[in-house]
Ligand binder design. Structure first.
Ligand SMILES: Nc1ncnc2c1ncn2[C@@H]1O[C@H](COP(=O)(O)OP(=O)(O)OP(=O)(O)O)[C@@H](O)[C@H]1O
Length: 278
């Protein structure tokens, strides 16, 4: 579906160098803090910026030749035509996308109680975010690329957006989604694969199943830290009780050191350890 091969882009104080692959039928998440390079990578994939080197294959074609009707996207910090009323935006969308599904769009507007007669700049932040995702979904694209679609939203609005994406995937098993967020819990229950980006590079890539099954956080006293086999320690952080240790071989420690406390894994801890652990 998507293959990004050593795509490089340099700005004065920032250098992006990323490779990734997304299979048909899968949802891939990119997690990274502010300024880590998520938007730059997405813009590169969408051919909105010139890349310095590397290549991108999207929907079996060079990314510059892809039929844009097959792509649905939202980009961070790019706002809708805010001066338009929603009903006028509908006309723009019908003329923009060959396969724009008016019935689906209006049914969702009704479900979310979006007023067709209101200008978009009068919508709340949450309404605008949902509308953005809805627009990306409404022409039945094959590939969806969503940059921080849940940014700045409350928990309920975030869940509604995640549900929209799940529905989109259920409808057709050949679709794929690339989504970024700096809120790891948004990606935890949604994605099949997770990439973590920092300073323009991927720090790691794992399947969600592997992250949840095999990764774990060991909570060790100073004495345990000195005695336990460190072969599968990935990151370590000093805590007031001793050490927090991230491992990708949770079972090894469960079996060999049953007395050790192993915290149930969640993405927030995992990513904070990856970024802040040593
Ligand atoms: N047009 C540009 N000119 C110069 N520097 C840029 C440009 N666009 C992005 N950058 C720099 O590239 C880096 C990565 O920015 P990018 O927007 O890709 O990060 P991000 O992970 O999407 O961050 P955020 O979560 O805050 O949106 C930043 O240091 C940013 O200042």
């Amino acid at each position: 579906m998507l293959k990004v091969n050593h795509v490089q882009k340099s700005y004065s104080h920032f250098h992006l160098d990323c490779s990734l692959e997304i299979k048909r039928g899968s949802i891939t998440g990119i997690i990274g803090k502010n300024g880590s390079g998520k938007t730059t990578l997405f813009k590169a994939i969408l051919n909105l910026i010139h890349i310095d080197s590397g290549d991108i294959i999207l929907l079996d074609k060079d990314y510059k030749e892809v039929d844009k009707n097959k792509i649905g996207c939202t980009l961070a910090n790019i706002s809708l035509c805010e001066y338009l009323k929603l009903k006028d935006l509908v006309d723009v969308l019908r003329n923009t996308y060959q396969d724009f599904d008016l019935d689906y769009f209006l049914q969702k507007c009704n479900q979310y109680q979006f007023p067709l007669d209101k200008k978009i700049n009068e919508f709340s932040t949450g309404m605008k975010a949902k509308l953005n995702v809805l627009i990306a979904l409404s022409h039945h694209a094959t590939f969806l690329i969503l940059d921080e679609p849940t940014n700045g939203l409350d928990v309920l609005a975030r869940e509604e957006i995640i549900d929209l994406i799940r529905e989109f995937m259920k409808e057709d098993e050949n679709r794929s989604v690339l989504i970024s967020s700096h809120i790891s819990s948004d990606l935890e229950g949604l994605c099949d694969d997770i990439y973590m980006i920092d300073g323009g590079k991927f720090l790691f890539h794992e399947t969600t199943d592997c992250l949840l099954d095999q990764y774990g956080l060991l909570k060790l006293t100073d004495k345990q830290f000195d005695q336990v086999d460190p072969s599968y320690f990935i990151k370590t952080r000093k805590e007031n009780y001793g050490y927090a240790v991230l491992t990708n071989q949770k079972q090894f420690y469960q079996e060999n050191y049953p007395e050790i406390i192993i915290e149930k894994n969640n993405f927030d801890t995992l990513f904070s350890m990856m970024l802040r652990g040593e």
